[in-house]
Design a protein around this ligand. Structure first.
Ligand code: SAH
Ligand code: SF4
Ligand code: F3S
Length: 444
């Protein structure tokens, strides 16, 4: 048999959003169950899973170059599986163009990876981009390992069809995982060492489920249940859509102490005509009203968002409105992107595609404003006393790295362990992180 048959070691490389990170972890768990082990750092793996993202341009090109790079000096390749959103969108082309790829598996079908690996080991090439009625989650192994922070996918898919976006096509319709399965997975993660859980979904706040008393609840109901797990210290969620930001979820920010004061609520643009063309179905005013109500119940909430510059037809004046919105909100941190036409989406064929140079200039100006606000937010944290959840050792002796409640990176020197909550005073601020000194009390 060739060396690529019956793989002994694997490596999973995830790109894109946190849901892909979650999926990558779950695929790794499936492979572990099959007796395949992670390849040691720096060594070639027998099996490589490229867990891809399709959100912006050159996604497919990147996959082809990654495949090329996996070729070994003797001309052989590991067993390659392409997973994730590029697999879903362009699986057939990948199979046709890249003979080294033996498996193509979509985001809703990866629970079938073990049988695919067996078939591929026997020399077959297999594609599975089904969106089966049965849920992959039932077929996945129980969670056994976790760091201090863990992701938990509670909702998948998107029904919003923003005109620029591929997600509704690559991830399918909105589906909420059942309440009991999520509580169970959270308990396993906490048993395995998680102190913070981030609930994930393409539209995480669209999640609904039936609780143990048979009542239909939203994400706040699930957060409340998880907050009752004693060893779990922190709950976060991402990504939210403004239209699913219910009053009950907003109020939960003032009621659930373990729900961290951080809200990632993408707005994309600061002009109503552009928002309409994007099919965002919220306005600048309705978005700002949500932020006001969250601030009313949780005045220290840190806000985050996503922006797209250069959507087709966006004028200079309309872009200025985005800068005005940024000024009005004062974000703690944000993601911003140049519009990227995605094949098959309505915006890709709209009139008024914006020249690259204009997009570059707009992105630079937007990012300058966002960086300025992030630094201002960090500077305003100096002098605050807060808890840091320790995630890992720092570069210097005795140094530890963790996160503040507002998701800022914090470093301090002192006695601590990974997974502990340490009370600190913030003493310095940089553009991307804070320095702190531990106070004597170790929180837990
Ligand atoms: N479901 C989330 C995020 C999905 S994708 C939401 O609706 O907010 C993450 C971000 O990628 C989006 O918020 C958007 O800012 C960006 N994005 C999506 N499609 C894009 C495209 N075609 N070009 C540039 N950015 C895009
Ligand atoms: Fe994409 Fe819009 Fe759905 Fe977010 S809400 S995933 S941007 S279609
Ligand atoms: Fe990318 Fe798919 Fe996530 S396109 S952003 S990996 S949902």
């Amino acid at each position: 048999m060739q060396t690529s048959a019956n793989p002994k070691t694997y490596r999973v490389k995830s790109f894109g959003c946190q849901m892909n990170v979650y999926d990558g972890d779950r695929m790794a768990e499936l492979l572990n169950e099959q007796g395949i082990v992670p390849a040691p750092e720096g060594e070639d793996a027998d099996l490589v899973v490229l867990n891809t993202c399709h959100i912006r341009e050159k996604a497919a090109e990147k996959v082809y170059s990654d495949i090329g790079r996996l070729k070994r000096e003797d001309g052989s390749s590991p067993l390659i599986a392409v997973a994730g959103c590029v697999a879903q969108a362009e699986g057939e082309e990948i199979m046709a163009r890249a003979p080294a790829v033996k498996m193509v598996v979509g985001p809703q079908a990866y629970h079938r990876l073990p049988e695919m690996v067996r078939a591929a080991s026997a020399g077959q090439r297999v594609t599975d981009t089904d969106m089966p009625a049965e849920t992959k989650f039932d077929a996945l192994p129980r969670r056994k390992r976790s760091g201090p922070t863990a992701f938990l996918t509670v909702q998948e898919g998107c029904d919003k069809f923003c005109t620029y976006c591929v997600v509704p096509y690559t991830r399918g319709a909105e589906v909420s995982r059942p309440y009991a399965a999520l509580v169970d997975e959270a308990l396993r993660l906490v048993e395995a060492g998680a102190r913070e859980i981030t609930l994930l979904g393409q539209n995480v706040n669209a999640w609904t489920g039936e609780n143990a008393r048979g009542q239909t609840v939203g994400l706040e109901g699930l957060a409340r249940e998880l907050a009752a797990i004693p060893e779990l210290a922190r709950i976060r969620y991402t990504t939210s859509h403004p239209n699913d930001m219910t009053q009950a979820l907003i109020e939960a920010h003032g009621e659930i102490g373990k729900l961290m004061p951080f809200l990632h609520l993408p707005v994309q643009a600061g002009n109503d005509r552009v928002l309409k063309a994007m099919n965002r179905s919220h306005t600048v005013e309705s978005y700002l009203a949500i932020l006001d109500s969250v601030r009313a119940v949780r005045p220290d909430i840190a806000l985050s968002g996503d922006f797209i510059v250069g959507f087709p037809g966006e004028t200079d004046a309309e872009f200025e409105d985005t800068l005005k919105l940024v000024d009005a909100v004062g974000y703690a941190q944000c993601f911003s992107f140049k519009y990227s036409p995605r094949p098959g989406t309505p915006a890709a064929t709209m009139d008024g595609q914006v020249p690259a140079a204009v997009m570059d200039e707009r992105l630079q100006r937007l990012q300058a404003a966002l960086n300025r606000d992030q630094y201002a937010f960090n500077t305003a944290s100096v002098g605050k006393v807060c808890d840091v959840l320790v995630e890992r050792k720092g570069k210097h002796p005795g140094q530890w790295l963790g996160k503040s409640p507002w998701l800022q990176s914090v470093h301090f020197t002192g006695d601590a362990q990974v997974g502990q909550l340490v009370r600190v005073e913030i003493t310095s601020a940089g553009p991307n992180s804070l320095g702190a000194v531990p106070l004597d009390a170790l929180v837990s």
